[in-house]
Design a protein around this ligand. Sequence first.
Ligand code: GMT
Length: 383
Amino acid sequence: MDRPLRIGMLCHPTYGGSGVIASELALSLARRGNVVHLFSHAVPPRLARSSGPVQMHVSQGLPYPLFASTPHDLAIASKVLTVHRSEGLDILHAHYALPHAVSAFLARSAAQTDTTRPAPLLVTTLHGTDITIVGSDPAYAPLTQFLIATSDSATAVSESLAEDTRRHFCPETGSGCEIEVLPNFVDTDFFHPSAGQKDDSDLPHVVHVSNFRPVKRVPWLVRAFHQALRGRPARLTLIGDGPDEAECRRQVAELHLEEQVHFLGMRDVLPQLIASADVFALTSSEESFGLSALEAMACGTPVVATRVGGIPEVITHGETGLLAEADDLPGYAERLAELLFDPAAIRRFGQAARKHAVERFAREQVVSQYEDLYRSVLASRPS
Ligand code: GMT
């Protein structure tokens, strides 16, 4: 039997897919008998809710007047090094390139000066805007490129994101951008159709979950929902909060949708809320994967989404959901109405969505792929 691995996972603690995936991966790996440490500047919500045997290290930098902002990433690098020196980590797994691959790189470099034990190897998982918006910005691009090239292994959550990464950073030969695609995953027991009750006698019900950042285009969704109604009764529930919430509320008032659109703010009982809806809506301008769409599919709720980034790798148009072009609001409204007002189609698409989530994106299957990757990276470590 393979020996247990000692893994250090680094991630953002905010609500968001990369922190969810890092936390769930850490929990699964620990339940398999590996020793897993999670490093962040606050406890990620998915880990906070679990009693799983992951050792959480909250590392916050020292605020000091000379610093424009508190350098949590340096405190995390320092903590990783401390844990490595006392326990000997095999793998550092950075989720979202910036700043976590920087922290992990620093800790690995410092550990390489120690002759008493091997330094940990660095696996970096690219999640989306760490390439498409933040990482490719001229302010960070050279560093992002270096981190990808210098990681012992780099992974991306979709083919589309791997392709974007090559296009941004290694356009000529692809060399320096060796990227393995390991898709995101979902706990299909937790996100399950029986978590909530769809009721044909209720009003047709659309749900959306996000952090209301501009890239999610929630105000665009409000307008599309309004167009889809054409006088028919339906409701839209918006879950989460973020910068665009005020604009959404303004549009709801302008379009006189106060009766139809409800804001719930941040919630943890997502499976119940999503499973009881008829359609999950995603209207992003870019999306490397769309973890929330996958969670909806696992709940048996079909998705109407914009055809961007890795979305077509998750949703099969006409089978598990419907896709519309991101610059075509009337087209999106049309797709939304097509599904929302057809209970038989909702059932058919919902069953296909659940089946696809279970067959292609089940949690333990993808966790095994990560574990295999760690072991193969360690096996090829120069002695
Ligand atoms: O990249 C981001 O904007 C943040 C990131 C996150 O932490 O939620 O989202 C990305 O990673 C998720 C998990 O892999 C993906 O499901 C999201 O599609 C992706 N977001 C974008 O590409 C906009």
